[in-house]
Design a protein around this ligand. Sequence first.
Ligand code: FES
Length: 227
Amino acid sequence: MSNAAKDAASAHDAKRRFTSAYDDPGTHEEISRRSWMANATLSLSGIIGLGLVIPIVGSLLPKGGEGKGVWSPLQPSEWKELQAATDKAVKLTFTVRYKDAYLPKASMDQFVWGIKTTEERMRKARPDLFDAGKAQQVPYPVATLGFTVFSPICPHLGCRYNYDADQHKFLCPCHGSVYSFEGAHIGGPAPRGLDPLPLRERSGLAEVTWIRYDKATPDRIVVSYAM
Ligand code: FES
């Protein structure tokens, strides 16, 4: 063999020795094994991903439905004040307990606005709340024992509105929405009237269920309940 031929043969041998595993497709069995490992890894990642995603999505969904949430007792002295009131709104405070996703239960002071009224008066002033089958209707009594309590959250963009005793109306300081004494929307950009909350009396104590409704929409969509 000539020297040139010998050099070419040894270069070819060297190249064969240094061919990496990635350049070698391997036998049919090796290819099948690698595909199986890749598929198994993908499936396992999918299962772990789903396990993480389902609780997160679940925690974002409203618990929804009548009868959900817990009852929180209102301050007895303020409840007495509302009982004695003739024609003014009274701020009623209570402690609401809530739970956010994986965080431990927490509590915070909250309040509602209470008015003395009747179902007949509310039906006349707030037909939206009684419109069966419509998304503005509430699935619980609007007036209980001669009272209605309103969520303090303005349905426009969520500010806290105030009661103006001189005007006998509820006024929101943020963008000027105005609500009648019965909570009907009568001015400003809010898309609906005030949201009444479930109220009941137990052993002489008035109790309320805290519900947060979505803002900036004419429909009453539950965002969260106190739990
Ligand atoms: S948040 Fe009340 S008017 Fe805008």
